[in-house]
Design a protein around this ligand. Structure first.
Ligand code: NAD
Ligand code: ZN
Length: 355
């Protein structure tokens, strides 16, 4: 199977590089009326980063809240807000935040040029028109959202990405200074998203030399960051996230992500922590990865919440199983073409009940 995938066009990396944002946008501002939209995680409201965002007079600073993971309704509402601010197309959309905010920025840049609701584009290659030029600036590292061709959204029926070449950022700016303020547990959970991407990619049936090259490097960087951190840990974590994301563009994630999608759809558990809760129960599938993950938890003083699923009503549990079972490529990558013989509803139910 060949893939001719799109990658991010331009990458700026380095501590302090956020200062270059103004210059990057200057290239996009052609007419005096041109305006940029900054889609910024509201955790930064009133924090020093706010004053460093180069908001010009014509621009729109759009604070977004990611207490809940992004939904298609939220994307539609934000797109309307942008349209009401100025009905013309923005010259740029800039997302500043963690994976959720980067996904919101990707989604509104697509929705500003595509006529339907975001929910209508959940799936593969349904986007018709190129997005507004969009820039991603991560403030948390691990999801790989900065490099991926998807924006993961919770829609009316399921949690599924808008997967398209047009989703990919035109520019990313990776400034390790920006992830320094992340609370330690959140940094760990999001960092483990990257670790798990690598484990699932490297042990999957879709693996090839391209994915292995990126995955192995990202895995090594995660080990350095979470088992033997030094002064460059933030730089390393940013690159791990980027490489981990590159690894899965040509392979896939696996069992952990399939189950974790069910968890977040039904119980609203965020992706990073949800992955950790699931991965901790997957020794049967990833024995070495789970053992190392537990060493990383110990080294970072992380204690996972327990019994998040064991008491949920039966109908919710069945819905979780339904969501997990829709993710065929993830199961096939993890368990091969005959995965349905191995991964029955009963097996999934039994795994969920341990969480
Ligand atoms: P997040 O963006 O959901 O943020 C988690 C929390 O950290 C939020 O409360 C946020 O306000 C806060 N935060 C972010 N940066 C901070 C900083 N520097 N200082 C202080 N607080 C900060 O977390 P995430 O784990 O990066 O992203 C998870 C989301 O990414 C999920 O919605 C998931 O579906 C999505 N995701 C997308 C892809 C993709 O390829 N598009 C891949 C994996 C996950
Ligand atoms: Zn993930």
């Amino acid at each position: 199977m060949f893939r001719n995938f799109k990658t991010v066009s331009r990458v700026l990396f380095g501590r302090g590089s956020f200062i270059k944002m103004e210059e990057i946008l200057r290239e996009q501002r052609k007419a005096e009326t041109d305006f940029a939209v900054f889609v910024v995680d509201d955790v930064f409201r009133g924090r020093p980063l706010q004053d460093r965002i180069p908001v010009a007079e014509t621009d729109f600073l759009l604070w977004v809240n990611v207490d809940e993971e992004p939904t298609t309704d939220y994307v539609d509402a934000l797109t309307d807000q942008i349209r009401r601010f100025n009905d013309a197309l923005p010259c740029a959309v800039v997302g500043i935040g963690g994976g959720s905010t980067l996904d919101l920025a990707k989604a509104v840049s697509l929705m500003r040029t595509n006529p339907q609701s975001a929910a209508d584009y959940q799936g593969w290659d349904l986007i018709q028109f190129p997005a507004v030029y969009h820039v991603g600036v991560p403030t948390l590292s691990g999801t790989g959202a900065e490099v991926s061709r998807t924006t993961v959204l919770i829609g009316p029926k399921r949690k599924l990405g808008i997967n398209s070449d047009h989703t990919v950022f035109d520019q990313i700016l990776l400034d390790p200074d920006l992830i320094a303020s992340a609370p330690a547990p959140q940094r760990f959970y999001t960092g483990m998203d990257c670790y798990i991407h690598c484990v699932e990619s490297l042990s999957g049936t879709y693996l090839n030399a391209f994915s292995r090259a990126y995955g192995e490097k990202a895995l090594d960087l995660c080990r350095e960051v979470f088992l033997a951190p030094d002064a460059d840990a933030d730089e390393k974590l940013m690159m791990a996230s980027y490489f981990g994301g590159m690894s899965i563009v040509y392979s896939q994630v696996g069992v952990c992500h399939a189950l974790s999608y069910g968890l977040s759809f039904v119980l609203g558990i965020h992706h990073g922590i949800g992955n950790c809760i699931v991965f901790n129960q997957l020794e049967a599938f990833y024995p070495e990865g789970v053992a190392e993950f537990r060493r990383m938890m110990d080294a970072n003083g992380v204690i996972l919440p327990e019994h998040r699923v064991s008491g949920v009503p039966a109908d919710q549990l069945e819905k979780m199983i339904d969501v997990a079972l829709t993710l065929d490529p993830l199961w096939e990558n993890a368990l091969g073409k005959d995965w349905k013989e191995v991964m029955t509803r009963e097996r999934i139910r039994e795994l969920y009940q341990r969480m």
